[in-house]
Ligand binder design. Sequence first.
Ligand SMILES: *Cc1c(COP(=O)(O)O)cnc(C)c1O
Length: 395
Amino acid sequence: MKIYADNAATTRVSDHALKAMMPYFQEQYGNPSSLYELGQKAQEALDDARGRMARLLNCQAREIIFTGGGSEANNQAILTAAKLGAKQGKKHIISTAFEHHAVLHPLEALKEEGFDITLLDVHEHGLVTAEEVAQAIRSDTCLVTIMFANNEIGTIQPIKEIGKVCKEKGVLFHTDAVQAVGHEPIDVQDMNIDMLSLSAHKFHGPKGVGALYVKRGIVIAPLIRGGAQEKNKRAGTENVPLIMGMAAAMEDACENMEENSVKIRQMRDYLIDEISQIPHSVLNGDRQQRLSGNVNFCFEGIEGEGLLLLLDDKGVCASSGSACTSGSLDPSHVLLSIGRPHEIAHGSLRLSICEDNTIEEMQAIVRAVKEVVEYLRSISPVWTDLKQGKQQHII
Ligand SMILES: *Cc1c(COP(=O)(O)O)cnc(C)c1O
C-alpha cells in the first residue's frame, strides 16, 4: 500500500485536468501564433483558459501571464519590481526569512547588485504582522514580497492587511501564492495584491506550468526574450496542453475548495492530535493560521532522513524540509527561522494531505510515525544521552 502525504511537494494530476490536456497534444496541436485555423483554435483555447483563471482570482484576463511554473513567476515578479525601483532610485525590498528559495535566491542576486534586502522575522508561530511590514517600509522601498502560505509549515500570512499597508504606502506588493491557490480563497482586488505567483502542480495540474498575475499598469520586465508571445512579456511558444490542464485543475480546486477543506482539515486535525502525543515532539507553525492540509512536527533525538526512509518502507510518502533542501545536510531555513535549534530542526516531518486521502490512511500514518520514531530513538545515541540526563531536553 502506498500513502501519498506529500502534496506540498507536488500533486497527482486529476482525471479532469488530464482529460482537458489530451486534445491539445494530437488534435488541436497548432501554434497559437499561426494564422490558419488550427493555430487560431489554439489561440482561442489559450484566451479561454486565461479568462477562466482570471475570473477565479478576480482580475482581468490581460493581467495573467503564463509561465513555466511558480519559480519562474517569482523570478519575473521580483525582477519587474527591481527594474521599476531602480529607475526611481528605490532599491530596498522587504520580504521574510522563510520564503521559498525561488524568492530568496533572486533577492540574494539583487543584493549583489546593490539592493538592500530586509527579511522580516516570522517569530515562533511563523507569522508576520501588517504592522511589522508597515514599520519596515522606507521611502526607498520598491517591493514587499511575502508568501501567502508557507510550503513547509503551512502558516497563512495576513495578506489582506499587508496589501492594505502596501497600498497606503504606495509600495508594490507581490505574493508567492503557490501553496495557497486552489486551497485558500483569493481575491487580488480585495486583497490589494499587485503581483501573484501560482503553479499548476500544487493543485492537481501538470508540472512545469504556472502563471503570474500582474496588475494592469505595471510594466513587466521579461525574463525570456525572443518572441512576441504573451504580449512580449514571456517569449516562447505557449505550452497549450499544460495551460489547459492548469485552467481545468484550478477551476476544480477553487469550486470544490470549501467541501475539500472541511474533509482535509478533519484529517489534518486527527494527525496533529495523534502525533502530538509522541513525547518530546512539537508542532511547527501556528495551529490555527495554517493550510488545511499541512502537518509539520519536530521530534527530539532523531534524524529526518532516517524517518523518511523508514516511513517509505512502510509505504508512506512524506517530506522533511523542502524538496530543494532535502538533498543537503543543512537544516531547513524555515525551521531555523521560527527559532528551532539545529538539533531539533534536523528531526522534522512534513505531512501534506489532500482530498484524495482517507481517514484510514491517516490511521496508518499515525501508526507508522509512532513506530518509526520509537525505533529511531531506540538506536539513537543522542536519545540515550537525553534519557540518562547527560543532555537536557529542548522540547
Ligand atoms: C512549489 C513552490 C514553488 C515553486 O513552484 P514550481 O512550479 O515548482 O517552480 C514556489 N513557491 C512555493 C511556496 C512553492 O510551494
